[in-house]
Design a protein around this ligand. Structure first.
Ligand SMILES: *Cc1c(COP(=O)(O)O)cnc(C)c1O
Length: 388
């Protein structure tokens, strides 16, 4: 039909030209046939909860990360909550978290019934400041009200936190480390992948994360068999392996078979996607040069590039100029957590100056594995024009 012919090229070229901040469409088109096949299999076998896809996914996640165990759960937030519940945290347990992260990190601590202690971040990596972490731990010991129990390090925008220092500090104080790797699955540090860098890790499969499903999802990773057994039980209402006895308080934290099927399909291209993210990030960095400050990636760390973030002073103006050029941009995050209503009671005296300053300056640019070189160059040119 002539109509179809005239419409199709126009749609295709508009698509190729428009720059998406995230791109959920391209992988969906690429993988759709395979996902539908897996979904049909689930409709046939009928094991919507706890189907064979769940175990298959867990084996692949552990194998990717290089851990002994992986547990699929209902969301990244559930992963954090279950990890905290697994250590039986109480109100007098201090859980140290960065002030500049998604609210889920703080919510998880409070939902699990522990007490968050906010720590400032590094102005260049945007991750937890290990100097301030030590100061906050010392202050809590000195005060004598709470027991320093755990550090939740967040890999902001995909960059692994400084696990070498964090693990050392935790060990010195008899504390545990939980990696909130919701933004960093696929990243690495010192030749080891995210998931295997500390005692335990939690990640998210929210659709726009580096590995995303088509709904909510998450996973937990560890090498500790006893810890993994506790998590498995908590995920399934706190029941024993035979599903007969409630042996502890638990939650419904399961990931369903349909989402596991999506993730199994997504994993077939994940290694290629991670390579593409790295290539695109390097093109951004080379192109932007000294025009703007960018998140610093320390030697030995491999950023998963969940987001590509720069820091600018006149942010509202820059955003407007980018928008006029057809370049989407976004702010993660407008406000540090200690300034939110729900967490204000835990705000440190004197605030968290670096978190507060970053919240005014950060700006994330389009980042997904399907950006073309021409698109990256257009973003670079638009940013350079906007910050002049
Ligand atoms: C996305 C995210 C979470 C929460 O994950 P959900 O799957 O949405 O529950 C937790 N922490 C960080 C840092 C995140 O970016």
């Amino acid at each position: 039909m002539p109509e179809a012919k005239s419409i199709e090229p126009r749609t295709a070229s508009a698509d190729a030209g428009s720059i998406r901040f995230f791109d959920l469409e391209t992988p969906k088109k690429m993988l759709r046939a395979g996902i539908e096949k897996r979904w049909q299999k689930i409709l046939d076998h009928g094991a919507f909860i706890g189907g064979p896809e769940v175990g298959e996914l867990e084996v692949q996640l552990a194998s990717w990360a290089g851990t002994t165990h992986a547990l699929a759960v209902a969301s990244g937030t559930d992963a954090l909550v279950i990890a905290l519940m697994g250590e039986d945290v109480k109100a007098n347990d201090a859980i140290f978290i960065p002030g500049f992260t998604y609210n889920a990190t703080a919510n998880a601590v409070l939902v699990a019934g522990a007490t968050p202690v906010f720590v400032d971040v590094d102005a260049h990596t945007c991750n937890i400041d290990v100097g301030h972490l030590e100061a906050q731990i010392d202050a809590v010991w000195k005060e004598g009200q709470l027991r320093p129990r755990m550090i939740i390090a967040v890999d902001l925008y995909g960059l692994p936190a400084d696990y070498e220092a964090i693990n050392r500090i935790a060990k010195a104080h008899g504390m545990l480390v939980l990696a909130d790797a919701a933004q960093s699955f696929g990243g690495a540090q010192g030749g080891r992948r995210i998931g295997a860098l500390t005692d335990m890790s939690a990640t998210s499969f929210y659709p726009s994360k580096t590995l995303g499903c088509y709904g909510d999802g998450g996973a937990m990773l560890t090498d500790d068999a006893a810890r993994f057994e506790r998590w498995s039980s908590i995920r399934w209402h706190g029941t024993d392996a035979a599903k007969k006895e409630s042996i502890r308080v638990g939650v419904n934290g399961r990931l369903d078979s349909m989402q596991c099927a999506v993730l199994l399909s997504k994993l077939t291209v994940f290694a290629d996607e991670m390579k593409a993210r790295e290539r695109i990030a390097q093109r951004y960095r080379l192109g932007l040069g000294n025009a703007v400050e960018m998140q610093h990636v320390p030697a030995g760390s491999q950023n998963a590039w969940g987001l590509f973030t720069v820091m600018v002073d006149n942010r509202a103006e820059v955003m407007k100029k980018l928008q006029d050029q057809g370049v989407p941009s976004s702010i993660y995050y407008y406000k540090p957590l200690h300034q939110h209503m729900a967490f204000a009671a835990y705000a440190p005296k004197g605030g968290l100056p670096v978190c507060e300053r970053l919240a005014e300056r950060v700006l994330s640019l389009p980042m997904h594995p399907y950006l073309t070189d021409a698109q990256v160059d257009r973003v670079v040119a638009a940013v350079k024009g906007a910050v002049l």
